[in-house]
Design a protein around this ligand. Sequence first.
Ligand code: 5RP
Length: 218
Amino acid sequence: MTQDEMKQAVAKAAIDYVEAGTIIGVGTGSTANFFIDELAKIKHKIDGTVASSVASADRLKGHGIEVFDLNNVSEISVYIDGADETNRHLHLVKGGGGALTREKIVAAASRKFVCIADDSKLVDILGKFPLPIEVIPMARSFVAREIAKLGGEPVLRDGFTTDNGNVILDVHNMEIMEPTVLEQKLNNITGVVTNGLFAIKPADVLLLGGKDGVKVLD
Ligand code: 5RP
């Protein structure tokens, strides 16, 4: 099985978590794209979606799936999205695609978060994948200095602007031993919009694709 076939397998498995007659939160990235393509096959069963990025909204609309503004929606039954890294506690690193802030918002507004990933994303200790941090542009240098004090090596994502008009610092060389503590510390730096740790509110379910099929961790 190739990595793409594993992503496709977890995207298919995630369809079991889609509740008919509800609004579904949809993430961003290549695994989420496979999910969007699966969702299109049952689009008549759902009331619509809320997307975590302009790119996902465009793909959903391309399939004829309705995309709502989160402000016009009172309940999202489930949020389905990929991850850059996960540990066995379902703490995640996200934001490789730069959509971390909207991803965290839609995840927070959803009753359940189902993460879908191939098994290359499972690690014992988070942090090998550089941790993305969305930052207000004028605070970029200040935030970078504060992150260096915490032991990380922040690198500006060159030529990239988020859907919210901000920049991303990718933080290298952090061994994230206490994900909830670090998530809180990073949130407390003035100028940080969001960091890519999803540990204070981890995923509820992880569908992990491997060569032997899809494993469910919860
Ligand atoms: C985007 C994300 C994605 O979920 C993450 O980057 C995983 O992407 P992919 O499914 O392409 O491996 O957080 O901001």
